[in-house]
Design a binder for this molecule. Structure first.
Ligand code: MEV
Length: 425
């Protein structure tokens, strides 16, 4: 794919957009339009009665680690795809997004109860570490063959719990390109009897932790000052300095206040989840990891940071756990997820993780830029108005007409949409 810039894409009719996307990406129309069939859904969950569709949009303008990427985003909320694409355009003027990942190491937890002597048990586990690791390492030969496997064992003492002190053993497992839940859970279940024999205790829970803080994705971007200046819809001009400083002030609010941080991080997750869902990954796992990571210091805070660099440009970073896979699970079963991975041309789970955090940072910037300048409602207004028009019963050309009138009147309400619709009919 030569460029993720597709000028005029927004204005094309839907089927033309699909053709343009196929041309630009080299992914066939057949792949891009393939959908999950009810018969496939029946093999994925219990009591299936069908499938449930959500809008799929394409995040444009992304350059991640020097590579042009078209980003599939599944989301029901207006403004998210446009916001990410616009901010990716500003970021590409500063060289695009630079992403890095730690090794794809997941943590499996084993809760060790009824241990007669916690300290003695902890020491015995430490002494048996090599044997335990070798056993865990041999559990998944497929993972082993591609360079994954057991990496470490940690014994933690939980002192303050409603049932008194107990031990927790963490198994660190490199899961390569898998999300890793299956591999890690299997390894923990297999290791449990050996732990019980070593300690004389009882292994109760054996399950992976979604606080995947050893599997982090980090991204940074620089937005040149001149890219930040703009004139709002009402003719109000904002200088680059004003926008930059307004964004830093907005970030400081999230950094200091959990009430604001929750909303700020929700904006980040608008972008993150959209790509995670498009690729068939487990977005609840990503959400859980994100918010737990945001509270790791004892107080819930912003997942991103924003400031100015030496040249006075706006510089942002985002770091968070990113347990996504490109093999196994829905990523390999869901035709839409397969097409999404093809579209991005990712070869490894880490590469996918880097793109996802880039979208999260872009999304965060879009929200803060709007909030720090014109406010969020103006951007939201026109797409929201279309949804309200549809809800009021408009179809075809009437959708745009009803929406445009409501936006012009600054009254986007279902009762007004119904009135306009009646008048137009
Ligand atoms: C809305 O879905 C997301 C925002 O609230 C994020 C934010 O406030 O930063 C706009």
């Amino acid at each position: 794919m030569s460029s993720s810039r597709l000028p005029g894409f927004y204005n094309l009719p839907l089927d033309e957009r699909l053709k343009r996307l196929a041309e630009a990406s080299g992914v066939s129309l057949g792949d891009l339009t393939a959908r999950l069939e009810p018969g496939q859904a029946d093999h994925m969950i219990e009591n299936a009665v069908g499938t449930y569709a959500l809008p799929l949009g394409i995040g444009l303008n992304f350059v991640v680690n020097g590579r042009e990427v078209l980003v599939p985003m599944v989301i029901e909320e207006p403004s998210v795809v446009a916001g990410a694409s616009f901010m990716a355009k500003l970021a590409r003027a500063g060289g695009g997004f630079r992403a890095t990942c730690t090794p794809p190491e997941m943590i499996g937890q084993m809760q060790l109860l009824d241990v007669p002597d916690l300290e003695a048990a902890a020491h015995r586990i430490e002494a048996a570490r090599d044997g335990l690791l070798a056993e865990a390492d041999a559990i998944d030969p497929v993972l082993k063959k591609v360079g994954g496997g057991a990496r470490g064992l940690e014994v933690r003492r939980i002192q303050d719990s409603p049932i008194g002190p107990f031990l927790v053993v963490h198994l660190i497992y490199d899961v390569r390109d898998a999300m890793g839940a299956n591999a890690v859970n299997t390894a923990c279940e297999r290791l449990a009897p050996r732990l019980e024999a070593i300690t004389g205790g009882r292994v109760h829970l054996k399950i992976l932790s979604n606080l995947a803080d050893r599997r982090l994705a980090r991204v940074e971007a620089t937005i040149p000052l001149k890219e930040l200046a703009f004139t709002g819809a009402d003719g109000r001009a904002f200088s680059g300095e004003q926008v930059r400083d307004g964004i830093v002030e907005a970030w400081a609010f999230a950094a200091a206040d959990p009430y604001r941080a929750a909303t700020h991080n929700k904006g980040i997750m608008n972008g993150i989840d959209a790509v995670v869902i498009a690729t068939g990954n487990d977005w609840r796992a990503i959400e859980a990891g994100a918010h737990a990571y945001a509270a790791r210091g004892g107080r819930y805070t912003s997942l991103s940071t924003w400031g100015r660099d030496a040249g006075g440009n706006l510089a942002g970073t985002l770091e968070m756990p990113m347990a996504v896979g490109i093999v196994g699970g829905a990523t390999k079963v869901h035709p839409g997820a397969k097409a999404a991975l093809k579209l991005m041309g990712v070869q490894t789970a880490s590469e996918l993780a880097g793109i996802i955090v880039a979208v999260g940072l872009a999304q965060n910037l879009a929200a803060m830029r709007a909030l720090a300048t014109e406010g969020i409602q103006r951007g939201h207004m026109s797409l929201h108005a279309r949804q309200v028009a549809i809800a009021a019963g408009a179809s075809g050309e009437l959708i745009e007409k009803v929406a445009a009138q409501m936006v012009a009147e600054k009254t986007v309400r279902i009762d007004r949409a119904e009135e306009i619709l009646r008048a137009l009919r």
